[in-house]
Design a protein around this ligand. Structure first.
Ligand SMILES: Nc1nc2c(c(=O)[nH]1)N[C@@H](CN(C=O)c1ccc(C(=O)N[C@@H](CCC(=O)O)C(=O)O)cc1)CN2
Ligand SMILES: [Mg+2]
Length: 301
């Protein structure tokens, strides 16, 4: 029996439709419009695609989109100056700086210059700390999307064991914290771990964000486990460019209970959750009630 395919594309469409509907209803009631500012430094081709998609999807969801494209040699003071102006701009409710930044810029300093209330990526140290201590805060978009999809398959995480492979600040660490906040038993492995197959065999849930094509193999997977593939790797296959994840999808799908494809799994949820975070930030900044969309990440502990 094959695994159930977790269709992130249609899930993301449902999240976007919910955001658009609430955004329109709030606009009708208050006359206010949520605004998202996206800052891109340099011309990384993948970042160009993501930034364009963020602007387009924000407008489709009834938001204002402010795109700021800066040259690759932008100096820190100029970038920080822009962020301070966006922090002070009442039309802007969400701010993000597309990553990666050129090497001469200190990404931590840049992210921490964003007002925590407008940090719709959830990367600011204040939001990270709040999520880490189980407080309601802005949650990073990719792990939030993963949690939304996981909740569809697991109503209750108590008694389940998860393995998160990868410990980046964008995905692995927040993912592990969200699962832990939901009382899941969580293991985190990374490039220095020597026993990943053994850990994976114990896991009811495997989330992988390692950037290694086909890393997770069928023999590692507990039959029936849920496998979430965050990897986006551009490779050459049979002489043609292909986009693949960190999971050996064709083999793992015969063992897993549910699995996300690449493309069309986690990726589309990232931007959908960005829109949800922007709407949420807009509500908080205007004293409007913020209803959970499909997932309430609040944790009472
Ligand atoms: N400031 C941020 N920078 C980056 C983030 C982020 O959340 N905030 N995440 C990634 C890039 N990213 C959004 O920014 C992103 C990645 C992938 C997708 C996506 O839809 N992927 C598709 C495939 C698209 C393709 O062909 O490349 C899929 O998986 O189906 C959306 C957004 C790093 N930087
Ligand atoms: Mg909440």
């Amino acid at each position: 029996m094959g695994a159930q395919l977790i269709d992130g594309k249609s899930y993301a469409a449902a999240v976007r439709a919910g955001v658009a509907q609430r955004s329109a209803a709030l606009h009708a009631r208050t006359g206010l419009t949520p605004g998202l500012a996206v800052v891109l430094v340099g011309q990384d081709p993948a970042s160009e695609v993501y930034v364009r998609a963020k602007g387009k999807q924000a407008v489709e969801a009834g938001m204002r989109s402010f795109e700021h494209r800066l040259p690759a040699d932008t100096q820190a003071d100029d970038l920080l100056g822009l962020i301070h102006r966006l922090n002070d701009d009442p039309q802007v409710h969400g701010i993000l700086v597309q990553l990666p930044l050129p090497a001469h810029l200190d990404a931590r300093a840049v992210i921490n210059a964003i007002s925590p209330a407008k940090d719709v990526d959830g990367f600011h140290i204040s939001n990270v700390g709040m999520v880490g201590t189980g407080q309601d805060a802005i949650v990073p978009c990719t792990p939030l999307g993963c949690m939304m999809m996981l909740r569809h398959h697991h109503a209750d995480f108590r008694g389940l064991t998860a393995l998160v492979i990868g410990h980046s600040n964008i995905v692995g660490k927040p993912m592990a914290r969200l699962l832990l906040n939901a009382d899941c038993t969580v293991m985190v492995a990374h490039k220095s771990s020597t026993n990943i197959p053994e850990l994976a065999r114990m896991a009811d849930i495997v989330v992988v964000a390692a950037g290694v094509p086909g890393l997770v193999r069928a023999e590692w997977i507990k039959p029936g486990a849920t496998v979430i593939d965050v990897g986006i790797n551009r490779i050459q296959r049979d002489g043609k460019p292909a986009l693949v994840g960190d999971v050996d999808f064709e083999n793992v799908r015969h063992v897993a209970g549910a699995i996300t494809p690449v493309p069309g799994g986690v990726g589309p949820m990232t931007i959908a959750c960005l829109l949800a975070n922007t709407l949420s930030a807009f509500c908080h900044q205007n004293g409007l009630e913020d209803q959970p969309l499909l997932l309430d990440e609040q944790d009472p502990t």
